[in-house]
Write a protein that binds this ligand. Structure first.
Ligand code: FCB
Length: 479
């Protein structure tokens, strides 16, 4: 049997995010985030689930870290809840910060490398009340919060990720409305994206100012969820244009300012005449912003689940032909997250996951190679990859073969990119355990570990045991 080896020291881990697992939404001075508000909006979350309790990780953290240790994870990617650390987006709350101090210590004591993200979508509601990410001031409030965390934990934490998937925060939050804060305000998504990037750049600048450099073992990066956009019908001009727009509003709107110091030209033409607060989005980009945003990074985090194959509207879809039509959704109406661009996603015939996402590992390889070739991206960590499955516990076990298969296929695709010169340093499964999957609530299970939400019993799935062996061996057999 052929074996593919990973580089020595390759970082194997699993990821989670504060709001999805912690619960304890009122504990120790935490105030509401935009997600605490959004879950109360009728129809916003499937089955009306809320994350008030979630996985009770706030109380069960030491046992959860012990389980990570048993599973042999070398690293744990978690996020800090801004409204715990700086309630209402204001002054530092030592009791809230203390949770992350204990978590960090617990991880280090057990030999697990902490890999924190400063912002995984839980903006303090008080800041949203003042305009949220469409208000430039939010970027400066983020800087204050992030530096407070850095100054408290920076001696023990080596790698910092500023934002998780700002595309979702900006375009699902302010254009499409499927995510908190649920605003459907067209080009507001681009304004929000700019302020998110500004917050990122402000932190990178301050971090470097505190002596944070790779040669001192201190690194900083950002996690994006870039996609590969292919036209559904390459011979149809409108589909080719839909793929270009999707690439612009999803990938290049972040990659170009981060790595080339400018916004793409076609983003400007695609949003021509669209106003937010009576102004074009370019008016929100002030002198010096792009210099901050394009400060060199030590790593790029990549979250990958699927590629995208859009067809332009009008498109006459047959029942069941569009992706997502086989799963139950929350009922609140959404807009396209791509301002002014109507498109749909017909099935291409590839196999799909239980969430009705098409499985396309080749797109993962193509994406990673593009990041190197076009953007000369810094070293990459795969900060999320994984699969939703309708897992059930039978006789104390979960036989989630589809998850193992999915991860295996994507690891091979990642290795293919590495063979082509892409410098990938680590891989985190999404997710460590089943959790609150945003607008899908608890119905969508992504964990290596099954969570029984009635009893809070954790059951490692077969994939967890397999992943643990893989991480220990640092190599993958070729099937
Ligand atoms: C990503 C999110 C993560 C989780 C996975 C399935 O977009 O970053 O929190 O919801 O999708």
């Amino acid at each position: 049997m052929t074996i593919r080896e990973f580089p020595p020291g390759f970082l194997w881990g699993a990821a989670a995010a504060a709001y999805q697992i912690e619960g304890a939404v009122h504990a120790d001075g935490r105030t509401p985030s935009i997600w605490d508000t959004f879950v109360t909006v009728p129809g916003a979350i499937l089955h009306g689930d809320t994350a008030d309790v979630a996985c009770e990780h706030y109380e069960r953290m030491p046992q959860d870290v012990a389980l990570m240790k048993r599973l042999g994870l070398a690293s744990y990617r978690f996020s800090l809840a801004w409204p715990r650390v700086c309630p209402d987006g204001g002054a530092l709350n030592p009791a809230g910060l203390d949770f992350y101090r204990r978590l960090t210590d617990e991880l280090l004591d057990t030999g697990i490398t902490p890999f924190p993200t400063l912002y995984h979508w839980d903006l303090p509601q008080a800041l949203e009340d003042r305009g949220g990410w469409t208000n430039r001031d939010t970027a400066y409030r983020f800087l204050d919060y992030a530096m407070a965390v850095h100054d408290a934990l920076g001696d023990r934490i080596d790698s910092w990720t500023t934002l998780n998937e700002p595309w979702c925060s900006a375009f699902m939050g302010y254009t499409g409305g499927g995510h908190a804060p649920g605003r459907q305000e067209g080009v507001a998504g681009v304004v929000a994206a700019h302020h998110l990037l500004l917050g990122h750049g402000l932190f990178v600048d301050a971090f470097r100012g505190r002596g944070g450099t790779a040669d001192r073992g201190k690194t900083v990066g950002i996690t994006l969820n870039p996609t590969v956009a292919d036209p559904f019908d390459p011979s149809r001009e409108e589909d080719v244009d839909a793929a270009r727009r999707l690439d612009g509003f999803h990938n290049r709107v972040f990659l170009d300012p981060l790595f080339h110091g400018k916004y793409p030209d076609d983003l400007e033409s695609d949003t021509d005449g669209m106003l937010f607060d009576a102004k074009p989005w370019q008016d929100f980009v002030l002198d010096g912003d792009l210099e901050l945003i394009s400060r060199p990074l030590d790593f790029l985090g990549v979250n990958f689940y699927h590629g995208d194959v859009p067809a332009a509207l009008p498109y006459d879809a047959q029942p069941g032909e569009l992706l997502g039509s086989r799963i139950e959704h929350s009922s609140r109406p959404r807009q396209s997250p791509y301002p002014g661009a109507g498109m749909v996603f017909p099935r291409t015939g590839r196999p799909t996951t239980d969430r009705d996402w098409e499985i396309d590992p080749v797109a993962f390889t193509r994406l990673l190679v593009r990041l190197k070739d076009v953007y000369d991206a810094p070293p990459v960590y795969i900060t999320e990859n994984g699969v939703m499955a309708c897992d059930v516990v039978e006789d104390g076990a979960v036989h989630d073969t589809a998850r193992q298969r999915f991860i295996e296929q994507h690891l091979h695709a990642m290795l293919d990119a590495m063979d082509r010169g892409v410098d990938v340093r680590g891989y985190f499964v999404w997710s460590f355990m089943d959790n609150f999957e945003w607008s899908y609530g608890f119905a969508h299970r992504f964990g290596l570990v099954h969570v029984d939400y009635d009893t809070q019993v954790r059951t490692p799935k077969d994939s967890a045991l397999w992943f643990s062996r893989l991480a220990a061996q640092n190599r993958l057999p070729v099937a």
